[in-house]
Structure formats: C-alpha cells, structure tokens
Design a protein around this ligand. Structure first.
Ligand SMILES: Cc1ncc(COP(=O)(O)O)c(C=O)c1O
Length: 427
C-alpha cells in the first residue's frame, strides 16, 4: 500500500510506494548539452525578433499575410523565403508551437494538425502507397484502427495487427515478407487501452534492417516522459488534445521527425493539401499547456502510482495494467525507455461487464468521459466507447475485453481519487 500522507497545510507528501518511479525523474539534472526539458517546455523554439516583446506569444489570427511586392510574393511562394502566405501553410503562432515540439522531441521538423487523427492519417497516407502494408500493434486507439483496418484498404493500402511486445515475432514476420510489402510499423507505447509497453529501440533496429519506417504515437507518455526519436523511431505523433493541451479544452495533433525533407513534404504535400491545419488559437493554447506539462505530469505519475497500487491490492480487482507496477509484463522495458510510468491505468474487476458498469456509475469525483490527459480523473469502458470500432467477435485477439476499465488519472489530490475508487468498489 502507498504510504502517502498529508501535512498540516493539506499538501500531499509523496512518500515511498512500491510503485517504481521509473528512472528517478525528479533528480534528473539539466543536460550539459542544453537546457533541460522543463526549460525547453517554456522556452524551446522561442521566436527571435518579435518587436512587440510580449512575454506570452501573440495569437496571429489571420488566414492570409500580405506581401511587400509581387516579387516578394513570388519569392515566398517558391519557398525562397520563410515569410508567411496563408495559415494553412504556416502562421507565426503555429510555427512557434512546431518549433517547440521539435525541440521537445529532439527532431528537426514538426507539423501541427487540427487533431491527433489528422496527424496520424496524414502521416500514414504520406508513408504508404497502394500495395504496401502497414503493421500496427494489436491494440491502438479505436479511430487509428478504423483508418488502418477499414479506410486505407479502400486505397490499396493493407494493414495487419501483431503483438509488438515480442520483437522476435516482428523479425519472423519481416523475414516472411519476401516481397517487402511491409513499409510502415505504427504503434502506441504505452498502448491505448491495454498499457502494453513496446520496446522502441529493438523494434526500430529490426525494422531498419528492412528499410521499414517506424511511427510511434507518444500521446500517453508525452515528450516529458519518453522521446521515441532518440530511441530510433522515424516519426513521432501526438494527440495534442490530451496531455499537451492538458485542460480538455482544445483539439490538436502534431508529428515530429528527424528527417527535414520528410517534414517538409508532410507539411506541404499532406497537411497543407489535405487541410487538417491547427487553428492559431489552439496552437497558443497548446503552447500554454506545454508550460505546465512537467509539473502536471509529475502529479499524474504520482497519483497514478498510488491508484494502481491501491487497485492491485484490492480483493475485488483481478488485474491491473500500469507500467510502473513491478507486475507489469513489460516493466523492464518501461524502466529503460520511460522517465515515469504516466497517468493511464487499465484494470479488470473480479466479475462481469455489469459489475464494471456498476463500478463506473458509482464513482462520484471521477467523471465518465472518453478523453484523457486532462486535469480531471476520467473513466471509461474502451470496448464500448473509444474502441467501439473493433470487431466484437475478435476483441480477445486484439487484447481487449468488454469489461476492461480505463482510468486517466488527473491531478486532483491522490487520496481523493483513491477514496472515490474505494467507495465505488465497495458499492
Ligand atoms: C493514443 C491516441 N492517439 C490518437 C488519438 C486521436 O487524437 P484526437 O482525438 O486528438 O484526434 C487518441 C484519442 O483518444 C489517442 O488516445
């Protein structure tokens, strides 16, 4: 059990728990190579030469930008200048958000999108051609599954779901792919909603031997807890709607890469032409959210550790999936590649679907909602909600059960979250 206490001021004192704080992130020193992530979250990619000197970045709510002369217009349209044309191509507030995300993920280019799904679908469209196959981990976010399993096949792009927690399986699959049809491997780590952790470095090594591109959805971990590009991934995508925004009030997505030429093509051949651009106001909200990402994530991790440990020790709970628990199947991988176990938990009750529904209905502070990464703790039933697009008959094959409950642990007081879970379990 967790031994957290309150001091006289009601502040939460986080003491030792049996949940591992993966690599001791609170003691992480600033890197000699440059500012630490806490500093980059606030200053990374700061714009030079803004005459207004506003401390908070201005929101450039303009769809178009004027040119000095027609010659200037021609120069900008030919990409000989980085001045602005039209917000669907670029905008100063969007550029600042993209530059900050580039610094945070350790890439060379980032593209902002209107939602996580706009980022994911554009990245997949940009990397695959008719006849190619996209390999995904067996569980990914429901809409990502719909795009790969149902939409892309209409354009001749096939997909297959495999268990990527076992990299030797991937080697076998790639070996059998004599025609070299597999061009992209896409996975989330931790995965939604099973919290499976996939070894980014090993998967990237295996994939790169066959010139396969690796795309990692880093939504659950955020750049604060995990940097897939540093571990060998080629592209990182985020639903910025979640932890990056942090307040559940704006949609957004972003893709980051270490390949500038690919980043340029993704921006101008896909985002710009397909049209899933982020609004400048949302980019400003994302920049505001990033400023507090480090402190929010620290609290999400502390509270989730406490809740996971409570659930694991509760007699009415059959199984808990949380990468910070030593019982998690990929605990060692999580310890190697993450700086904290994140704020997401999924679990199974002793009992059936009706018991899971009753538990959810009895929660008082915790709200039933589909999103995640907000300040509020949220609960949902993935098979009935976010992952509804999965074939009912094949749920087990995908590692899902109808009664799996997913929690997005918020930043309320950890004891209140645990007490709410406890009273609903008693009920
Ligand atoms: C892991 C993951 N990736 C992508 C998405 C899609 O993001 P958005 O809702 O911003 O389109 C979600 C949404 O829940 C998600 O959980």
């Amino acid at each position: 059990m967790s031994r957290n206490k309150q001091d006289a001021s009601g502040q939460q004192n986080i003491e030792e728990t049996s949940v591992k704080n993966l690599s001791g992130m609170e003691n992480r020193p600033a890197s000699k190579a440059g500012p630490a992530i806490e500093t980059r979250l606030i200053h990374g990619g700061d714009a030079e030469g803004d005459e207004s000197k506003t401390l908070a970045p201005p929101i450039h709510m303009s769809s178009s930008f004027s040119f000095d002369t027609i010659g200037h217009a021609e120069e900008v349209m030919a990409f000989e200048s980085s001045d602005y044309v039209y917000t669907r191509g670029n905008n100063p507030t969007l550029r600042l958000f993209e530059n900050r995300m580039t610094r945070l993920e350790g890439g060379t280019a980032a593209v902002a999108f209107s939602s996580g799904m706009a980022a994911i679908s554009s990245v997949l469209f940009s990397l695959a051609r008719p006849g190619d196959t996209i390999l995904t981990h067996k569980t990914v976010y429901g809409s990502t599954h719909t795009v790969t399993a149902k939409l892309l096949p209409r354009y001749g792009i096939n997909s297959a779901s495999v268990d990527l927690t076992d990299p030797s399986r991937l080697e076998e699959i790639l070996e059998k792919d004599a025609g070299g049809r597999i061009k992209v491997i896409f996975f989330e780590t931790p995965a939604n909603p099973t919290l499976a952790v996939i070894d980014i470095k090993t998967i990237a090594e295996v994939a790169h031997c066959r010139q396969v591109t690796v795309v990692v959805d880093n939504t659950f971990a955020t750049p604060y807890l995990q940097n897939p590009l540093a571990l060998g991934a080629d592209v990182v995508v985020h639903s910025a709607t979640k932890y990056i925004c942090g307040h559940g009030d704006a949609m957004g997505g972003v893709a980051v890469t270490g390949d500038s030429a690919y980043g340029f093509s993704l921006k101008f051949d896909y985002m710009c032409e397909l049209g899933g651009v982020m609004s400048p106001f949302n980019a400003w909200l994302m920049l505001r959210g990033l400023k507090t990402l480090a402190v929010r994530m620290d609290r999400h991790v502390q509270n989730a550790g406490k809740a996971a440990e409570f659930l694991e020790n509760h007699p009415r709970v059959r199984r808990v999936h949380y990468p910070g628990l030593a019982s998690h199947a990929q605990f060692d991988t999580a310890s190697r590649q993450m700086r904290g176990a994140g704020g997401m938990i999924s679990f199974e009750l002793e009992g059936n679907l009706a018991d899971a529904k009753l538990f959810i209905d009895k929660l008082k502070i915790i709200k039933t909602a589909v999103s995640l990464g907000d300040c509020e703790t949220l609960v949902q039933l993935p098979a009935a909600m976010t992952h509804r697009g999965y074939d009912r008959e094949r749920l087990a094959e995908f590692g899902l059960t109808e009664s799996m409950i997913r929690l997005s642990i918020g930043i309320e007081h950890g004891d209140d979250i645990v007490q709410d879970i406890a009273q609903a379990l008693d009920a």
